[in-house]
Design a protein around this ligand. Sequence first.
Ligand code: DGL
Length: 270
Amino acid sequence: MDKKSPIGVFDSGIGGLSVLKQFIRFLPYEHYIYLGDTARVPYGNKSPQTVQEYSKQCVKYLLNHDVKLIVVACNTASSNALDVIKEMSDVPVIGMIIPAVQAALRTTISGKIGVIGTRATISSQSYEKGMLEITNKKVEVISQACPLFVPIVEEGWLRHPATKLIAEEYLEKFKKDTIDTLVLGCTHYPLLSQLISEILPGVMLIDSGEHASVSAIRILGEKGLLSDEKDDYDIRHEIKFVVTDVPSTFFEVASRFLGFEVSQPEKISL
Ligand code: DGL
């Protein structure tokens, strides 16, 4: 494992490509292995035990491929399995919760922070625990599970009237209980940012992938593991896609998340 080793990013499926997109933006000179557990997605309605079991298998695969950092792009896995992942990893691990909590605390003025995520993320109370861990400032966390957002985004219904109705229903409580900051606590939600901002004007949205990328720069920098290939114009970063299934919609959905065409993934069994 050295500076040239890849960063391993894993998610329950394709959604984590929204996180990979931010990593490529902030860390463009790194190589990446992206593992999507597409055969078993979604994790968001599964028990903590199952999410831990699946996450351990994904992490084992990445560790066997000599990664220098593990990014748990899935908020559900970050909420329910981060401790077990850290225990088994001999490389640094970044989850989605703490970087977003830090950003939300920096952003809020009123101290009222909203969090949206899958059912498994919201019921884990990972954000509330994260806030307690890093601040003794008085903050109020108001959370809401938005399970329908995941299939809607995969369907590409980002501006569909039905999506607007569903979003208004889910976000209603944030209008009553006025928040000034909202954590998008799921891989899929950044794709709905525009719609969410229209429903909650003036509320600052926190994109977990963006803040996790900034944490990665710090962690890799401290360990002397940041790629120095930026000085070598012949080397382009490589992204290897690995999945446990290739559904028929894979390429269409993946390019929507990533913003460019995805190369053929390798199909593996965990
Ligand atoms: N990747 C998951 C998350 O960020 C959403 C999809 C799923 O439920 O597996 O929580």
